[in-house]
Every structure is written in C-alpha cells, then in structure tokens.
Design a protein around this ligand. Structure first.
Ligand SMILES: C[S@@+](CC[C@H](N)C(=O)[O-])C[C@H]1O[C@@H](n2cnc3c(N)ncnc32)[C@H](O)[C@@H]1O
Length: 370
C-alpha cells in the first residue's frame, strides 16, 4: 500500500481555494450545530448579526444566519467534490427556548434543502440513535397534556451524491475497488438505517471527556463511513476538522485527507493523537478480522462449507466480492512540513498469520470430530 498524505488548513472552510475543483472523492463532516448554545460564540465571531438576533429574541433569524455560513461551506464542498463523489454530514436538530418560546430548529432539513439547491442528489441516510440517561431528559408539562415535548435522542447522518454513480474504468481502479471491499456481515450492519450507539463498543482514540468537550464524534463514525463510500487512495475532506477524527480515520483506512479548521488552537490536540494512532488502528483491523473469524465459525456450524475464500487472509468469506479484501495496516505517521503528514502502511503482522492458523485448526478439529 502506497503512503497517504494528510493536510490541514487552519482557515475558514467558506473558502477552500487551496483545493482544486473535483479533487476529493468523499466529504465526511460534522459542522457546528446551529442553535445549540455551545456553538453560539463561534458562529457569532463569523457574523455579528447572529448575536444581535439572539439578544433580540429572534431565534429563526439567528438560525438562518448561522446556516448561511454553513451554506458557503456546502457550496465549496460541491465545487471540490469529483463527479460521483459522496458527502456525509452528521448533524443534530436543536431545541431551544427563546423569549419564553420553546421550539425545534430543524438543522437536518435546512441542510438537506441547501444541498438540494446546490444540485446534489439526496441518498438514504442514517439515524444515529443516542439514548440519554439524563434524569431531566423529558421537557415540558410532565404528565399533563398537551405541553410535554418529545426528547431528541438521535442525530442524522445525511448522505448526498454529486451527479451520477461513480465509474471505475481501468483494471487498476477496479482491482483497488475490489481490495477496498468490506465483509458481507459488516455490510449488513453498516448499511442499516439506524445505528445504535454507533454499532459497536470498540475502544476510542480520545478520552471521553475531551471528546464531549469539543463535540468530536466517535472514531467509528468516520471510520465506517469512509469505508462505505470511498476506496483506498481516495481523498477525504473534512471542512470542520475539530480534533481531527475524520483525518485519523482516513489515515487508518489508507485514504488521503484534507481538513479545514477555523480554530488554530486545536493544532496541538490534533497532533497529540498521531503517536497512539498506529497501535489503535492496528487493533481495529485485528478486531475486524477476529470478528470475521468468529462469524464464519458460527456460520459454518449452521450452514456448512463456504463457497469462497479470501485470497489474502486464507479464511472463508460469504461472497465473491470479498475475495480480494486487503486492509491497510497503519505503521507510522510522519510530519513533513508544518501541517502536512505522511502515513505509511505495512501488510504482514504476526497476528494475521495467527488468525489464519486459528481458522485452519478450527477446520482440522471439525474434520476430526465428524
Ligand atoms: C462539531 S465540531 C467538529 C468535530 C469533529 N468532527 C471531530 O470529531 O473532532 C465543528 C468544528 O468546526 C469548526 N468551525 C466552525 N466554523 C468553521 C468554519 N467556518 N470553517 C472551518 N471550521 C469551522 C469549529 O471550530 C469546530 O472545531
């Protein structure tokens, strides 16, 4: 696997002029959420009308002004995305009382409308279910109708495509696409329209407090979306980079990346994740392969022998499309210039051989008992 490059621009993403037209294949991002109080300040710094509207109790005017900042970013995303490229936007709606009036501010539908106006096609999206245990989660008039409010316990992952389906022309492109495939059982869980607590319980890269303070999403979110909607060697853009989660997921999956972030103070936090990332990324690959071997053992017991086998890992897979899967294994990250990094990969690690052997001995045992 060739090294990948990762660039950060500490600038507003309303102007992504360092990026050429049609130069990225996937956008994965989560903007600051309009009308969620923690983001009032950062929106206010970008448009002074926002603070005035909030102070005057004009919630919808503030909402609209905040979205106009985001609209300029979506327009840049449209420019830099290649035809057939995908944009995944994680966003939650906001509820807020302004001037004694409680209302919903529907961020997800406002963003969907903006991208439709830019000419994107809307694809089926994902509801990310985030149950809360907060004791005060129910708002309004309690058990007396009709003034109680439904609690929002989900966010959206909106999915859009620029133009028609992407085409893979040369044999090299087709081979790379086959190697970038995921397992059948992963497809079944990733492509369902509700993600519960983000699919798994895998360990995270950041400590939970830092993640909550900066509204960073769990690593698994961009890690999964990148593998669903791009191939190795593509370029992934996050216009609202935050602590860099999307960029780390691109490094871990053998994609190039570019991020924009308005707050230069985040530089140090972003770079502090580079040291632990290779071990973390390796543990994810190992976890996936272990989960796959557990899955095939169970399936073998229920359904018997498999028709197909992975060329690289030498264990069975369910479909022909999985035969050439080859996960990149991140080995190291090196800084080249100030905000540009190179990620390097390896292929063979001892535990991969252990997994292949584990399957072989399972089969041997099965044959002996039969
Ligand atoms: C919800 S956070 C993104 C968190 C990120 N997904 C992560 O996992 O760390 C939104 C980020 O957008 C940044 N931001 C706000 N306005 C921006 C703009 N106009 N251009 C670029 N970044 C912006 C904020 O500073 C914040 O770090």
């Amino acid at each position: 696997m060739n090294p990948t490059t990762h660039q950060i621009h500490f600038n507003t993403a309303e102007d992504m002029s360092p990026l050429a037209d049609a130069s990225v294949q996937l956008v994965v991002t989560s903007p600051p959420y309009p009308m969620i109080e923690m983001w009032d300040g950062i929106f206010g710094e970008q448009d002074s009308e926002i603070e005035k509207s909030l102070e005057a109790g004009e919630g919808y005017r503030a909402f609209e002004a905040m979205h106009q900042i985001l609209d300029r970013v979506w327009s840049e995303c449209e420019r830099v995305l290649a035809p057939g490229g995908i944009a995944c936007i994680n966003i939650g709606d906001a509820t807020r009382t302004i001037d004694s009036k409680f209302e919903l501010y529907p961020n997800h539908s406002r963003i969907q409308t903006a991208l439709l106006k830019l000419g994107f096609s809307v694809l089926p999206g994902i509801l990310w279910r985030k149950p809360t245990n907060a004791p005060n989660k129910f708002m309004g008039s309690g058990m007396y109708p009709p003034g109680a409010y439904v609690t929002l316990e989900h966010e959206h992952i909106l999915v859009f495509r620029k133009g028609n389906k992407r085409v893979f022309n040369s044999e090299k492109e087709k081979e790379n696409r086959r190697q970038s495939a995921y397992f059948w059982e992963e497809r079944n869980s990733w492509f369902s329209d509700v993600w519960f607590k983000l699919l798994g319980t895998r360990q995270d890269l950041l400590n939970p407090k830092l993640r909550a303070r900066s509204a960073a999403y769990p690593f698994e979110l961009p890690y999964t979306l990148i593998q669903m909607f791009s191939v190795m060697g593509d370029t992934v853009l996050d216009p609202f980079l935050g602590l860099g989660t999307t960029q780390f997921a691109a490094m871990a999956t053998g994609r190039n990346s570019v991020g924009f972030e308005i707050d230069p103070k985040l530089k140090e936090s972003i770079e502090s994740s580079h040291a632990p990332l290779p071990d973390f990324a390796q543990s994810l690959v190992r976890g996936r392969l272990e989960e796959h071997t557990n899955f095939i053992k169970q399936r073998f017991e229920k359904k018997g022998a498999f028709k197909y086998s992975s060329r690289y890992y030498e264990f069975p897979v369910v479909t022909r499309q999985e035969i050439e899967i080859q996960f990149p294994v991140l080995e190291k990250i090196e800084g080249t210039s100030k905000e540009k990094f190179i990620a390097e990969y390896t292929h063979s690690l001892a535990w991969q051989t252990d997994l292949t052997q584990d399957w072989a001995s399972f089969m041997k045992e099965t044959e002996t008992t039969e």
